[in-house]
Design a protein around this ligand. Structure first.
Ligand SMILES: [Zn+2]
Ligand SMILES: [Zn+2]
Length: 72
């Protein structure tokens, strides 16, 4: 029996997957403590994660190697 190719279940054939990681800039809190020009410590919203504490990246799917198809 030959294997047949089906669209990859991990990426639904798009060959890309979204990876959500904890933001390293704010340690997942979504806020960063800064010292402003007056020496006052203030909390500001973390920019890289836009205050969510998480970073979502699009990466190539490892399941199908970016093919979008897998053999079963
Ligand atoms: Zn952050
Ligand atoms: Zn895939």
């Amino acid at each position: 029996m030959m294997g047949k190719k089906v669209s990859c279940p991990d990426c639904q054939g798009s060959s890309k997957v979204n990876i959500t990681e904890t933001c390293e800039m704010c340690d997942g809190t979504g806020m960063r403590e800064i010292t402003d020009d007056w020496g006052t410590r203030r909390k500001i919203r973390c920019l890289p994660c836009r205050g969510t504490g998480k970073i979502t990246e699009t990466d190539m799917c490892g399941m199908c190697g970016g093919d979008g198809w897998v053999e079963v």
